[in-house]
Design a protein. Sequence first.
Length: 428
Amino acid sequence: MEENQQNQDIEFIKEKVKERPLNRKKLMRRTLLTASMAVIFGLIACFTFLVLEPVFSNLLYPEEEPRQVELREENIAEEIGPEDMLLEEETEEESQPQTVVEKVELEMSDFQRLYRTMCALGQEVAKESLVTVTGVTSDVDWFNNPYENQGQTSGLIVADNGQELLILSDSAVLEGAESMEVTFSDGMKAEAELKSKDKETGLAVVGVELSAMDEETKNAVKAAVLGGSGSSLLATPVLALGRPVGTAGSVIFGMVTSTDQRVNLEDHNLQMLTTDMVGKNSSSGVLINLSRQVVGIIRQEEGEEDGTRTLTAYGITDLLPIIRKLSNGQQIAHLGITGTDVPEEAHEEGGVPRGAYVTGIRMDSPAMRAGIQSGDVITKLGTAEISSFSDYQDALLNLSPNSEITVTLMRQGQPEYQEMTLEVILEG
């Protein structure tokens, strides 16, 4: 009996404790929860990295800002005037060298050599500083088939700001363009981005990233040398480069026939150079002198594209402040008037105050909305004193669109001019 009891105790000790059954559903839920948390954590980490990476990169490796473009006209050596040709009376003839003048007859080959030399000069400038700017727009035909429409114009390399090559172009071909492309003289093409444009002068500046250009092309091109367009340019030989006859690479020789004409645009009075050269209405490009300096930007004329006309150009001197602002990506502010200087006779005899005399107002312009009228004389823009229309242009170029300024003007009253101040919000 006692032995049986011991056997039962041993059997009790040998019994195994059964393990709890595995709950697969609960295990699956925990696995899915862990995986979901890992995915969410990874997404948060990625988002945080994407947001903060540019911030830390700019702090640790700040990106170099583009250099501000400062354009200056190069000094042109003064031509010899009649007074310079007068010889001073020689006091000691024996000590002065004698000049021997010999009459030389020119042959036809001499003229050919001269024209070939001028052509080579023009082609060299064009190769270094002229490009073709293309604006691409998409449209559909009568059968809803898509096609691309391309407009081309000549572009002038005006500056390098360290990050981009800045190119002056006609803005008409870029109007509504979905993409822009620049073709260099060696055939390399690169995408371009509009920096800024001015609707009145019809000029625009586009930029091409230096990183998108081949080293060979970067070494082959350079910014053009901008000369001056003063009265000394009259009757001097010039070359028209770019697309003076409507096709790329064309060259025309001629001379400047007048420098004293002005083009009255909205808020701008610009010098117009006339020449004896004949081109197309669609002409674009530049005028250069024999010192390789750009002296004018060829104006496009309205009319049939294949029509011919005498080439005219905006004088480069008046355009420099506008090109400088466009090159820095800034917009041109507009008040919306046309005007001129007050003639000296009108000031002295008629008592008209000095300033920018308003000859016209554009409909629905800031000037019209503010109450400016034809016949008013603007004497101050903000704090800038205005004594001529040139002063008005310079002061307006220093302002920005959408800025509010105080315009001080003189208006004809009884019996004399009365001073008025008006608040104006400029537009771009």
